[in-house]
Write a protein that binds this ligand. Structure first.
Ligand SMILES: [Zn+2]
Length: 224
């Protein structure tokens, strides 16, 4: 089930309050327009009636796709520094919803679901694009470590995550949060990191919980 609520939202540019429709949960297959908006980077992007400035509302939501077996728990981007507590909260929510208070059939679904904890709509977009393309997100996060070493366009800044924005036929397109730079790399790079034994420990480190992200290895990344 998808749940939307009307909520007063304050423009971060000028302080004008407006009523907005905000998602709290999304049943992906039932809201294809919303999924397209997330993948296109347009979801919950509003224009202020006061100053005409644009802003994004990334309040927490749970994205579900029972058919494909995806459960993505999104927190606000600014909460990423507290990822360990949020990951634990996401774990509790999943267990309560899908196991403790669920009929046996739902518990069977739960056992097969791919579950992720993400921060902000950019991270939700990245995971959705990846899992819909059947790509390995742990390998992608490990590949970001390699990208930080080998590409000049991006640098490691925890407050400005590097996000995949599109899976193309022959490449993967990335942006860094506060930069206009776009980098497209060959798919073979990801295939290599996904398969190579030398990348196994990095793949394991970024995927040690439902928050599959280089953010959980920040101390390691800082020395890359
Ligand atoms: Zn405004």
């Amino acid at each position: 089930m998808s749940t939307f609520v009307e909520r007063k939202v304050t423009c971060p540019h000028c302080g004008v309050d407006e009523e907005r429709t905000i998602a709290e949960s999304l049943n992906g297959p039932r809201v294809p327009d919303v999924v397209d908006a997330i993948l296109g980077g347009r979801f919950q992007t509003f224009m202020c009636s006061g100053c005409r400035g644009e802003y994004v509302v990334d309040s927490p939501l749970v994205y579900l796709d029972f058919d494909a077996g995806h459960w993505l728990h999104m927190f606000r981007r600014e909460d990423e520094a507290n990822w360990a507590a949020c990951e634990a909260e996401a774990d509790r929510t999943f267990v309560q919803t899908m196991e403790v208070h669920a009929p046996p059939m739902v518990r069977e679904w739960a056992a097969r679901m791919v579950r992720r904890t993400v921060f902000g709509l950019g991270a939700l977009r990245e995971k959705l694009a990846l899992i819909r393309a059947g790509l390995d997100d742990a390998a992608l996060e490990a590949m970001k470590l390699d990208m930080l070493r080998r590409t000049e366009a991006f640098s490691w800044r925890p407050e400005a995550p590097i996000r995949l924005v599109a899976v193309l036929d022959d490449g993967l397109r990335f942006e860094q949060f506060d930069s206009d730079d776009v980098v497209t790399v060959p798919r073979e790079w990801l295939d290599h990191v996904a398969a190579a034994a030398e990348w196994a420990s990095a793949r394991d480190a970024v995927a040690a919980g439902s928050y599959v992200d280089i953010g959980r290895t920040a101390g390691v990344v800082a020395t890359v």
